[in-house]
Design a protein around this ligand. Structure first.
Ligand SMILES: [Zn+2]
Length: 101
């Protein structure tokens, strides 16, 4: 909806802190299993947040690495640099690969 039908540059979750008349971002992540955005999409998020002019963290407070299994099509959340599909055991691409769907 926010992208207006154009390519989605990032996605995730965001929490705000409200203190009297001040608002800031307390938590922000790229946690979206729908869009599975690259952690490098912070660059796009940062551009938008700079325009808004509120306080926000220097980077995602939690950054996720998603990979698509090229064998079974499962979405995987990579933990501890373990690039193996949790469903079928196939080795996962080291680079973000949802553009190859
Ligand atoms: Zn798999």
């Amino acid at each position: 909806m926010c992208a207006g039908g154009k390519k989605v540059l990032s996605a995730g979750e965001i929490s705000f802190m409200i203190d009297k008349n001040d608002i800031s971002i307390s938590e922000i992540s790229n946690q979206s299993t729908g869009y599975c955005p690259k952690s490098e999409s912070w660059i796009e998020v940062n551009k938008v947040l700079q325009k808004i002019g509120i306080d926000y963290p220097d980077y995602f407070t939690t950054a996720f690495e998603f990979r698509l299994c090229t064998s079974c099509g499962s979405i995987n959340l990579v933990k501890d640099d373990f690039f193996v599909c949790q469903v079928c055991g196939t080795e996962l691409d080291k680079e973000w690969n949802f553009d190859k769907k």
